[in-house]
Design a protein around this ligand. Structure first.
Ligand code: SF4
Length: 64
């Protein structure tokens, strides 16, 4: 199963917690989180889920 995520740019505050949790998948660009690994590499799925669950504004959704 392949996992992909996306960031809602309206909900994202740019806090950076997702980058801390999973720098392999998220980075900050112009103050907002962007997904740089699509699909999410299998070895990064667990930390990526941590990032999804840890986002204070629930801006990250798992799309697959
Ligand atoms: Fe944006 Fe959520 Fe990442 Fe914070 S944790 S930068 S609000 S996507």
């Amino acid at each position: 199963v392949v996992m992909t995520v996306k960031v809602d740019k309206v909900a994202c505050t740019g806090c950076g917690l997702c980058v801390d949790a999973c720098p392999e998948v998220f980075e900050l660009d112009d103050g907002l989180a962007v997904v740089k690994a699509d699909p999410v590499p299998a070895k990064n799925e667990n930390t990526c889920r941590d990032a999804v669950n840890g986002c204070p504004t629930n801006a990250i959704s798992i799309t697959k």
